[in-house]
Unconditional design. Structure first.
Length: 91
């Protein structure tokens, strides 16, 4: 299986800021990071999920004009799901 979910967060971040790919990826950055977070959470990879969520949150703060209220609420919900998953591992 290939895709963004199998790439380390540093690689994805590098792709997102690379100048040549910026025009292609710009409108989809936040959606890609949210999708990668969801996939990693589904695969029970808490650290990778947290890394992608951190990138998505940073991007949402950096570019508030490109972030809708729906996207912000989805990120908050993912953080809640991640912390619930992490707490279930420690019990």
């Amino acid at each position: 299986m290939t895709g963004v979910t199998l790439l380390p967060s540093a690689t994805v971040e590098g792709l997102l800021v690379e100048k040549r790919k910026l025009e292609l990826v710009q409108p989809f950055k936040l959606a890609l990071l949210k999708l990668a977070s969801q996939a990693n959470l589904g695969l029970r990879r808490a650290k990778q999920c947290e890394d992608f969520l951190a990138l998505a949150s940073w991007l949402a703060m950096k570019e508030p004009g490109l972030t809708t209220n729906i996207m912000k609420s989805q990120l908050s919900r993912l953080y809640g799901q991640l912390y619930a998953f992490q707490n279930s591992l420690h019990m």
